[in-house]
Design a protein around this ligand. Sequence first.
Ligand code: UDP
Length: 372
Amino acid sequence: MKYNYLIVGAGLYGATFAREMAEKGSRVLVIDRRNNVAGNVFTQRVEGINVHVYGAHIFHTNNEEVWNYVNRFAVFNRFTNSPVANYKGELYSLPFNMYTFNKMWGVVTPEEAAAKIEEQRRAAGITEPRNLEEQAISLVGTDIYEKLIKGYTQKQWGRECKDLPAFIIKRLPVRLTFDNNYFNALFQGIPVGGYTGMVENMLAHENIEVHLGIDYLEDRPKWDGMADKVVYTGPIDAFYDYELGHLEYRSVRFENEILDRPNFQGNAAVNYTDAETPWTRIIEHKWFEFGKDEEGNDLPKTVISREYSSEWKPGDEPYYPVNDEKNGALYAGYREMADKEKKVIFGGRLGEYKYYDMDQVIAKALETAYQL
Ligand code: UDP
């Protein structure tokens, strides 16, 4: 065996695991189907702007160990995510906070906002929320559900809110304060210069070799024969050649434009929360990096991406696992097979079929590496 570990996938799980093992003296080979490292956090420089090629990634965590870890490989800026919701031309502050409630209902105090939510929750008669719709109404009431959640969620997931798990909407904070930071996290920011450089730094170690443009699944025996253990971060159902059936994923398509103006929408993310607009959100990448009144406004151009969500089909890139009951049961079958593997470890959003955030992926990779 030439290597102790073969890592399939150079995203955050693979890069973290590779780095940990390399530092402990293991010889590690990292391969990736794409011609670049960094998986879906890959960023590319266009017109002096780091473009989030596979969608917006804002690093946020409460895990100090993970925060210290990523700060070894990148300097983080002070970006705070505050998306704006555009509902048929009406703008609302996100996540749901006093600015949102004031705009929606004219309420001024936290008590008035709480009373309004309670009134709408009662009218809907929800006690124990069983799905995303009921969870949303019980958190913020029917008006906000109708204008800011229903259309967006149905576009994003291609499913009715009634048919989606409640946990998805609990990702968003609800606050009775004038705080529009999208995340309840102690630490937040974006690597200066983009994520690609951070992942390159993670992989820059004398015990790590990286080979790009290689499809592991096309010749598994060859690659498996090169290492004692394999860490696989691709889709778990693809690993088993869809033996038990296809897991469902949501895919995303981006329409990118370079515009001849310095400022298109004045914010990194604007969500289009009505059902009719075909895209879910527009990202203006320069605002991930520059303060709004800083140097970013001096760049004559801007890069925007319209994001369209679709059901994954073979040949598409999988982005989001659909963590509902049906897929949960199918995943349990694959998990059972995976648990019997002696040589292969499955990790990451696709390997574990879980709607992980970046910090959770890194925490899991660190934990698995420590155990080994
Ligand atoms: N969501 C919504 N309206 C919004 C933003 C989010 O209804 O304007 C819901 C939607 O169901 C989405 C979920 O909240 O899938 C989680 O949003 P988040 O921003 O965490 O999604 P991500 O950035 O991971 O796509």
